[in-house]
Design a protein around this ligand. Sequence first.
Ligand code: GLC
Length: 747
Amino acid sequence: MNTIFKLGACAFALVAVACSKPQSGANAEIESNIDALLSQMTLDEKIGQLNQVSSYGSVEAMADEVRAGRIGSILNEIEPANVNRLQRIAMEESRLGIPLLIARDVIHGFKTIFPIPLGQAATFDPEIVREGARVAAAEASAAGVRWTFSPMLDVARDARWGRVAEGNGEDPYLTSVMGVAMVRGYQGDTLGNPASIAACAKHFVGYGAAESGKDYNSTNIPPAQLHNVYLPPFEAAAAAGAQTIMSSFNDNDGVPATGNRALLTDILRGEWGFDGFVVTDWNSAGEMLSHGFCADSAEVATKALNAGVDMDMMSFAFVKELPRLVKEGRVSEAQIDNAVRNILRVKYRLGLFDNPYVDESLRDSVFYAPSHLAAAKQAATESAVLLKNDNHVLPFGSNVKRIAVVGPMADAPHDQMGTWVFDGDKDKSITPLTALRERKGISINYAPGLAYSRDNNKAGIAQAVAAARQSDVVVAFVGEEAILSGEAHSLADISLKGAQRQLIADLSATGKPLVMVVMAGRPLTIADEVAKADAVLYMFHPGTMGGPAIADLLLGDANPSGKLPMTFPRMVGQVPIYYAHNNTGRPCYGSEALINDIPLEAGQTSLGNTSYHLDAGFDPLFPFGYGQSYTTFAYGEPHLSADHIAKDGKLTVDFDLTNTGDYEGAEVAQLYVRDLHGSLARPVKELKRFQRVNLKPGETQHVTFELPAEDLAFWNPEEKRHVEPGQFQLWVAGDSQSGQPIAFTIE
Ligand code: GLC
């Protein structure tokens, strides 16, 4: 079967033709409606549209502000009846009847919780990610929400940063493809559909490069890195029609994103033609005072508006300062008109002027719909990454009758949902313990050992060890409570917390086959625990249906297919660590001595003088793109359509992929490229295509990747984004460290 994958076309804005923008309504008609409305608005009413407030909790408390037209958007109001009351006040009691835009952080589901975005990235399946966003939109819009602050597109290469949980990992291409999938899922084919919600690509830009992984911290990203690593996912999302962009908290090289005109206007609108609107992050405008970038709130309002901010989330600088700033001629009403126009355009596209109301009867049939739960289970199943499986311990065969289920994450319905869960109900979350207990033919010996992931009370470990001794196999569910990742939750030490390491060591000492299932919001440093376990299944907080997914995987009703969206360090001191690094002038050759092998009184230059850590080496514990299966796959020799292509040409890469094992399974075939010499030092590899291929035992599929030379373009300060002729290599493999290079040239 010949399968041609042109998926990459979605990935970068330059060839985003495959991701046609959602039907956003008749633009000319919308623009004339905006003109007509603007001409009637007072300055205060215009400034009111630029003001976003978090629900005060009661309609009465907001009614006067809404009636006076001083609020354009409300976040965190998710009671349909309240939404309808607020909209009725806006539509019928305010002077001009401009609808409100209701927003919420719907990051990986609203009621039905999908795996955290980092887990969704591990599926390498944009279709399941799009479906998850569509489900989220259906549920959120049934509560009256028509705008989500998602997808989070911050490329992140530092697992100490708690918000790696919310993104798609370390790679710009994977982040772009998943970001486009989420935008399309949220916004659907028609923005005006009441079940569609506006997406918000955030946090623009570079927030994931926070110094030492400390959230909100400064970033120091130079222009080439900004254009080649951090901006592309946002460009792809904008090209796919994302209706809003959120400015980030960080100052980059001393300039806070919320006051950065080069970003919010020159690039976003000047280069990309973005025609939605820019919202600040929560009080990120006001935080320019703390940054020392503004001296007072008048300067905050001025710099934010001048930079290109349209809507102010929770700093109130716009409503407080703009009326006077216009009177004093320090900002122009035309600038405000422009911001209002951008906001009204999205409200028209969403159909809010025609119908801002939510059907209050919807939610009971929509929340946790069986099809939503099924999609969440599929996503959780596909997100699981099999890191180790010695002696085929997994999947458990019919010989396994007694399973010891231990660990603080075995029955943690709240924590398995992960970070950024406001509306998902823990009593709907099915844990591994519950799911395994429902299975026929096995008996479960449950002993948590520890009460929660940070628990240092070792008194329960003996019971867990006893349960292990009375069983055929042990499954230890460890990892992180949900609160240990996400916003403001960065860690300096990313090893297993509490007495979890002791628990694993004691279970290993029983000699029973030990399967470690990790549920976490980030890569953890688990080298010692991996060595002690016979098998390791890694889940990035799998959501509502994590339990049934894990039960299927352990018992062989499903086959793991996930791949790592982030590199796993051996030690936290290796961080930042990522596959698409530059070669440097002193690359590590792998033969260097490690600390315990260094002879006494070794000579100063005897260790090779290359780039590695004496106590960790150079390589990670597990590379980007890595993940095992219960079966095995063989890659045939890739065939190139040519060994040289023109700068405007296209390369086709064909290869056979065969399931050489005994289980049906999916393999994520990956295409990496290296630009050997350039006007800048280029990464040793960059992911340019991937595709999940489902294969039955013995089945072979012919796989084709199409790679336009344009996709190998990069940005440098002189020529900006361009394709450089030269020698390249490509790899087709199942992870970022495997495969053999094949040479080709761009002329
Ligand atoms: C938070 C987050 C942002 C979120 C916003 C609204 O501080 O940084 O991601 O969307 O505020 O809750």
